[in-house]
Design a protein. Structure first.
Length: 246
């Protein structure tokens, strides 16, 4: 069994007039960044990005834009699915040398449906400290505004690309209770609506599109109604798909 040290007490919460504490050495900070609106970032996230020894970013160009918007200059390295083995080792070496590292994904919370998930697991297994700096996440942004029940949810993330895998997934979800939440690309949104139509034609579906951005939109209806909507339009942007079955 592994126990985490308790020294991550957040004094800012208890002593609001004191300066926030320095980052803890040898820690990987999971820093949530905006999913569209650049204002959706916490004070702690900004300070962590400013004060850490290194930022490991899924897309350095995107993170540089964010840093520029908040007047932060710091060292960045790329850390994505194609170099994660090499990068994980570098991150472990730096943590061993008591460095502080901020892990950021393209958008939202690192580790939720992105390559951060594997890096975080490697760091925890190697025995180093990991701390979340919470903030925006597409799932938690979409869910409350969907109006669907939030008491029990089942987050799927991205369904597989291949039809066989998708069918297997849909069948396995039949016995799962609660609101089902998917991430899906605009290229496959119509395919997913077709699958929902065959599996649960009576379900209520919410497409949460372009959250926090200029063209944010919530489309609500049955799978058939939403499929019809997209017969006349090309799906664009980023989607969270939420499904409530009767
Ligand atoms: N780590 C991210 C998070 O915290 O939500 C998710 C990363 S995943 C690679 C990207 C997917 O999240 C998109 O394909 C889409 O399904 C969803 N997503 C991200 N930003 C979104 C937005 N602004 N509006 C709707 N969905 C979004």
């Amino acid at each position: 069994m592994q126990f985490e040290s308790d020294c991550a007490l957040k004094p800012t919460m208890f002593y609001p007039r004191m300066l926030p504490p320095p980052l803890l050495s040898g820690t990987l900070y999971l820093v949530a960044t905006p999913i569209g609106n650049l204002e959706d970032i916490t004070l702690r996230a900004i300070r962590t990005l400013r004060e850490c020894n290194l930022i490991a970013a899924e897309d350095t160009r995107r993170t540089k834009q964010l840093l520029k918007a908040h007047n932060i200059s710091n060292k960045i390295v790329s850390c994505h699915q194609f170099n994660e083995a090499k990068r994980s080792q570098k991150i472990l070496d730096l943590l061993e040398n008591k460095q502080t590292i901020a892990l950021v994904s393209d958008a939202g919370t690192p580790g939720i449906s992105d390559p951060g998930e594997r890096i975080i697991s490697i760091v925890i297994k190697a025995g180093y400290r990991v701390e979340s700096v919470p903030g925006a996440c597409a799932l938690t942004t979409a869910l409350p505004a969907s109006g669907l029940p939030t008491k029990e949810i089942h987050f799927v993330g991205f369904p597989p690309h291949k039809s066989g895998g998708r069918k297997k997934l849909m069948d396995s979800l039949t016995s799962v209770p609660g609101t089902i939440c998917f991430y899906e690309s605009p290229h496959r949104i119509c395919k997913l609506l077709g699958e929902l139509q065959s599996q649960w034609p009576e379900s209520e579906v919410v497409l949460a599109r372009e959250l926090t951005k200029k063209f944010e939109q919530f489309l609500r209806g049955s799978p058939r109604e939403l499929s019809e909507y997209y017969e006349e339009r090309k799906p664009r942007g980023e989607f969270v798909v939420l499904v409530h079955r009767p």
